[in-house]
Design a binder for this molecule. Structure first.
Ligand SMILES: Cc1cc2nc3c(=O)[nH]c(=O)nc-3n(C[C@H](O)[C@H](O)[C@H](O)COP(=O)(O)O)c2cc1C
Length: 210
């Protein structure tokens, strides 16, 4: 097997025009997200979400972005999962989108807060019925018996849809961003990086060294 230290890629798909980037990072984020979707990037909405546990230690996992609006970024989960508990004690979260096909990364820091129940219902009931059922039967992140038959439990609920109701512990978070960083890979590791820091009500742009 080739040594991993020899695996190397020269990035050359694009560059960042610092003068022409939008004033608001959310607009730039939407442009890049659309480009990722249009370029048929595998899982364009997937991002790594980092939280901290009770000891302040970092914890990461992948989740899916479900909405972007002028207030921020939304994903859905179980509020009693590990990430839910982490957010309860520390609302500060860090997001990382990596779109390898475009040689792009976006980092976002923000504050997570639960969505209101109407919004949770709206998205929950728009999901396929089997996904609704699996959200109901899963105590996400709890230890379970190896022999537990999750599929059977889902099938049972799907065959009796009147029992399907969004659990109170399932819903979304809105992440209100206070930092964005856009990274575009460039030849010879002279990558382009553009940061946006929220200062009061305005955003300050700065170019970062690769
Ligand atoms: C591509 C991908 C998408 C995922 N999307 C979600 C999601 O939107 N919501 C979610 O709760 N978990 C999602 N997961 C599972 C999480 O990565 C994680 O296993 C789960 O949420 C439990 O995390 P926790 O124990 O840190 O709370 C996804 C995993 C992958 C690989």
């Amino acid at each position: 097997m080739k040594s991993i230290s020899e695996i190397r890629k020269d990035y050359q798909k694009g560059s960042l025009n610092f003068q022409e980037t939008p004033e608001f990072p959310i607009d730039f984020f939407k442009q890049w997200l659309n480009a990722a979707i249009e370029s048929k990037v595998e899982e364009p909405t997937a991002f790594t979400l980092s939280t901290t546990d009770d000891h302040g230690d970092p914890v990461s996992r992948v989740v899916l972005l479900k909405e972007v609006n002028e207030n921020g970024l939304i994903f859905f989960t179980n509020y009693q999962s590990q990430k839910g508990k982490n957010i309860e004690t520390n609302h500060n979260v860090y997001l990382n989108f990596f779109w390898p096909e475009l040689e792009r990364q976006v980092r976002v820091k923000g504050i997570a807060q639960k969505l209101e129940s109407e919004k949770n219902d709206e998205y929950f009931y728009s999901r396929p019925i089997s996904s609704q059922a699996s959200a109901i039967i899963s105590n996400q992140s709890q230890t379970i018996d190896e022999s537990e038959e999750l599929q059977l439990a889902v099938d049972k609920l799907v065959s009796d849809p009147e029992k399907i109701k969004r659990p109170d512990n399932w819903g979304g978070y809105l992440i209100t961003p206070n930092y964005f960083e856009f990274w575009q890979g460039r030849p010879s590791r002279i990558h382009d990086r553009l940061a946006f820091n929220k200062l009061g009500t305005r955003w300050k742009k700065s170019r970062l060294s690769p």
